[in-house]
Design a protein around this ligand. Structure first.
Ligand code: NDP
Length: 284
């Protein structure tokens, strides 16, 4: 038996179609959801991500602008721009594309974005609210992963979820969201001993490492659900995940591909957060 592939691209399209209706309803009430993305420097991968976000926003009816700043921008200049956008009532979501040049401290930037416009869901207040189970803007990739599981009615409650990776943007928050959904969660990372001992006990395995094809069928429990977050560029320029897809597919019950897996869902959740932020402002 071969696993069912969860196509994130199709699911993201479906979500965007639903969001289009939500955006038109907001527009009828005079609220035009507006996302501002700031890009510092000319990292080609970041440029392409930012353009993807703009395109998806516009497809949904969300107004989106990209502010491109030179690599020489100082931290103070960037902080001042964010403070202006925080005050601008026409802007509902602010996203600063990471990574930033080394002379700018990411945490200073993240902590300056007002939490109600933090559509990436990285501000410590949003992370804290997520941890305490309160309403917040959720980090997009983890939110997309849980949405993918729910879209296939995959039971999370009572399941053993193993997360490989403990970054602040993927590993840690996805484990927390799964815990909020009543999974039993194990975190693994580069210092974990006997990785396979943990992964072979996973009903749901989330892989967010950033090394191509490190996980294969030998790491899996029979019929595990495998979510591959990794995005790695191969020598020929194509993208590949952290999971050896063909090998894992022969043992898993569900699996996500790379590309067309978690990536498009991350963008869809960014749009969802922007709409949520726009609705929030209308209430305040
Ligand atoms: P980080 O580099 O911040 O984190 C990688 C994690 O993997 C770390 O916790 C590290 O452990 C762990 N790790 C490294 N090597 C091993 C190993 N051999 N065994 C077990 N654990 C290991 O990466 P991110 O979390 O930011 O991203 C992970 C991947 O996901 C990347 O490929 C990235 O491109 C992709 N990504 C995809 C997104 C999407 O939308 N699909 C969004 C964001 C990221 P330690 O903490 O000990 O160093």
């Amino acid at each position: 038996m071969s696993a069912t592939v969860i196509n994130g691209k199709d699911l993201a399209q479906e979500l965007r179609n639903n969001m289009k209706e939500e955006v038109s309803e907001l527009k009828e009430k005079g609220i035009i959801p507006h996302l501002t993305v700031i890009l510092v420097g000319d990292n080609p991968a970041s440029k392409s991500y930012v353009n993807g976000k703009k395109k998806a926003s516009e497809e949904t009816g969300i107004v989106s602008d990209i502010i491109e700043l030179p690599v020489s921008t100082t931290e103070e200049e960037l902080l001042n721009l964010i403070k202006e956008l925080n005050q601008d009532v026409s802007v509902h979501g602010i996203l600063v594309q990471l990574p930033l040049p080394e002379h700018i401290k990411e945490e200073h930037i993240i902590e300056t974005i007002i939490p109600s416009k933090d559509v990436d869901g990285f501000h410590p207040i949003n992370i804290g609210r997520m941890m305490t189970g309160n309403d917040s803007l959720l980090p997009c990739t983890p939110y997309g992963i849980v949405t993918m599981l729910k879209s296939r009615n995959i039971t999370i409650q009572g399941k053993h979820a193993v997360v490989i990776g403990r970054s602040n943007i993927v590993g840690k928050p996805v484990g927390q969201l799964l815990l909020n959904e009543n999974a039993t969660v194990t975190y693994c990372h580069s210092k974990t001993r006997n990785l396979k001992e943990h992964t072979t006990r996973a009903d749901i395995l989330i892989v967010a490492i950033g090394i191509p094809n490190v996980i294969n069928r030998d790491h899996l429990k029979q019929d595990a659900v495998v979510i591959d977050v990794g995005i790695n560029r191969t020598d020929n320029g194509s993208l590949t995940g952290d999971v050896d897809f063909e090998s894992a597919k022969s043992k898993a019950s569900y699996i996500t591909p790379v590309p067309r897996g978690v990536g498009p869902m991350t963008i869809a959740m960014l749009l969802k957060n922007t709409i949520k932020a726009a609705k929030g402002l209308s209430i305040n």
